[in-house]
Design a binder for this molecule. Structure first.
Ligand code: AMP
Length: 185
């Protein structure tokens, strides 16, 4: 199974991606987590992206596309994966499709976790990560609306989009996703 999880900051992408990857037995690749841990350990990538991540800006497409290209060639993901927080721009989505063509793989579904801006702000503030300052959260909500919402149509036209109300309790969100994937108990 190959899935991408889309949603604004605080939509529950990380929580759902972790649960789904366990339930489905596939690797979860979270670009936000990868970048935060690169920053925490001061790697070259971390130093390159720190200012952008702290301000809630997007890391340049080229760097993200290269990272995903390398990561999807690793042996632990040949049988499936779940991408959390990627793609986030039309360019990233198109490049992901080109890459999957090359690898002879197909994306099964794009899961959109929808929540209002108020809920996104409230949830992000309550988790207190290093990139969860009010200004950075606001910027990430704006960038989600401007750069990532066009992907919803991109995946809808390709008959890939699963739309979930992410303001529901997280167990219910997971059950709905599994139900749509045909995997509910
Ligand atoms: P997240 O934890 O998914 O909200 O990501 C945290 C931060 O990492 C974002 O605010 C961006 O600065 C950066 N980031 C994560 N994924 C991407 C991506 N696909 N494209 C560009 N920047 C990203």
């Amino acid at each position: 199974m190959r899935l991408v999880v889309l949603g604004g900051p605080g939509a529950g992408k990380g929580t759902q991606a972790e649960r789904l990857s366990k339930t489905l037995g596939i690797a979860c690749i979270s670009t936000g987590d990868v970048l935060r841990s690169a920053i925490a350990s001061g790697t070259e990538l971390g130093q390159q992206v720190q200012a952008k991540v702290e301000r809630g800006e997007l890391v340049p497409d080229e760097a993200m596309i290269q990272f995903i290209r390398d990561r999807l060639l690793e042996p632990d993901v040949t049988q499936g994966w779940l991408l959390e927080g990627y793609p986030r721009t039309a360019f990233q989505a198109e490049e992901l499709d080109f890459l999957l063509d090359e690898l002879n793989q197909q994306l099964d579904k794009a899961i959109w976790l929808e929540a209002s801006s108020e809920v996104l702000m409230q949830r992000s503030l309550s988790r207190g990560r290093m990139d969860d300052t009010p200004d950075a959260i606001q910027r990430r909500i704006e960038l989600f609306q401007a750069c990532t919402t066009p992907l919803l149509d991109y995946y809808r036209f390709r008959d890939r989009l699963i739309h979930i109300n992410s303001e529901q309790p997280l167990e219910q969100v997971e059950q709905q996703i599994l139900g749509i994937l045909g995997l509910a108990n």
